[in-house]
Design a protein around this ligand. Structure first.
Ligand SMILES: *Cc1c(COP(=O)(O)O)cnc(C)c1O
Length: 395
């Protein structure tokens, strides 16, 4: 019987049991250690056991754990103010997960049009390869058959078109369209970067038709690409942005950010959450921002990302049969594999390094944003060792 027999069998678990983490390293029960370039799928943005996050959580734990949103939660107001200060947003709603942040985004978009007397505008245009979460609405938004299968009627109102295809969006927009929802970099879809010009064109198209532009930055946001948010690279101003993963650094936190105009329908009583924005989560979220907003931190992500991606390109040059292509930006990088990505991941794990699979036969590399150049080089040497073994085996 498997060790996890009592749990839903929804995850095929990797046969290593970790009990401790420190920075970019994870320590297994058997005493071995692994270089963690998965980071909980872009969650441990500051690595494991970051001292500033640990002390923020412990200090808050001594004071107050939970307060209903019926009260003003000081840490929540502070984190909201700081996100507003640092972004396009005027308003923030805190959640416990990415999917909940997307649910809030979708509801905000629909409610905006309702408020405008245009309740017939409810459709959300999404993109092939998208991933927006596992709730009933977000699996419909993601549109992936493997996540919809067997879960009854697909939630209505989601229209899907090919990624980065402006003409397809144009053709799909009608007088029932509420919003376009897009990941500036598709994570689960295979580290597919939305071209900057396409995002600008999309913004203009949305404006032309009175459609809101909502972004899913659950994976690519919070410093991952070397800007606080990935949309900044294109210079656009979105109406709504969903975030999660990295903002909690490992503590469950998500948020829906919006302009005051886009959020105008979300008045008292329209939406709620028991746990969202709780004092523990907010203490950690504020601590994450303390570090990410520090002078020079995002430049560090850009610099290390450059060293790492150049090293990856060299590996791709040397082993073109194993690595076909390098994708991504900052520390959100992907290797498109020339053999099944599961085999590459196993070979990487044999080198005591962790990465994550993605669509289009890609391996995602999402290390903590705090990694040093030396740690990035350590990752490269392990990846190279894995590629060499796979390449030799293939001969
Ligand atoms: C992980 C992810 C989600 C879902 O987040 P959960 O916290 O698992 O609900 C949504 N969108 C994107 C882009 C993600 O990477």
């Amino acid at each position: 019987m498997s060790q996890t027999a009592s749990l839903f069998d929804t995850y095929k678990r990797i046969p290593v049991r970790f009990e401790k983490g420190d920075g970019v390293w994870l320590y297994a029960e058997d005493g071995s250690k692994y270089l963690d370039f998965a980071a909980g799928i872009a969650v441990n943005s500051l690595g494991h056991s970051h001292p500033h996050l640990v002390s923020a959580l412990k200090d808050q734990a001594d004071k107050l754990w939970h307060l209903s949103n019926l009260y003003d939660i000081p840490g929540q107001t502070r984190l909201g103010d700081r996100l507003v200060e640092a972004t396009f947003a005027d308003k923030v709603f805190f959640t416990n997960s990415g999917a909940e942040a997307l649910e809030c985004s979708i509801k905000t978009a629909r409610r905006y049009h309702y408020e405008n007397g245009d309740a017939g505008r409810y459709k959300i245009i999404t993109f092939e390869g998208a991933f927006h979460g596992r709730t009933l609405a977000t699996i419909a938004a993601g549109g992936q058959e493997k996540y919809l299968e067997g879960f009854g009627p697909k939630a209505e109102g989601f229209v899907q078109v090919p990624f980065a295809d402006l003409e397809a969006v144009k053709a799909a927009i009608d007088d029932e369209t509420a919003a376009v929802l897009v990941e500036p970099i598709q994570g689960e879809g295979g580290i597919r970067v939305a071209p900057e010009q396409w995002l600008r064109d999309l913004r203009a198209l949305c404006d032309e038709h009175g459609v809101l532009l909502a972004l899913d930055e659950v994976q690519c946001g919070v410093g991952r690409t070397g800007k606080l948010f990935a949309y900044e690279w294109s210079g656009i101003t979105p109406d709504i942005v969903a975030i999660a993963k990295g903002i909690g650094g490992g503590f469950p936190v998500g948020a829906c950010l919006a302009t005051a105009e886009a959020a105008k329908g979300m008045v008292a009583g329209t939406h709620g959450t028991t746990f969202g924005g709780n004092p523990l989560a907010m203490a950690v979220g504020n601590a994450v921002l303390d570090v990410i907003l520090e002078e020079g931190f995002l430049q560090h992500v850009v610099d290390v990302g450059l060293v790492f991606s150049q090293g990856l390109a060299a590996i791709a040059d040397e082993f073109p049969d194993i690595v076909e292509e390098i994708r991504g930006r900052g520390l959100m990088l992907g290797l498109k594999a020339g053999i099944p990505n599961g085999e590459v991941l196993t070979a990487i794990r044999d080198e005591h390094m962790l990465a994550v699979p993605a669509g289009e036969n890609v391996i995602r590399l999402l290390p903590p944003l705090t990694i040093t150049v030396e740690e990035a080089r350590e990752g490269l040497s392990r990846l190279e060792a894995a590629a060499r073994k796979l390449s030799t085996a293939a001969d």
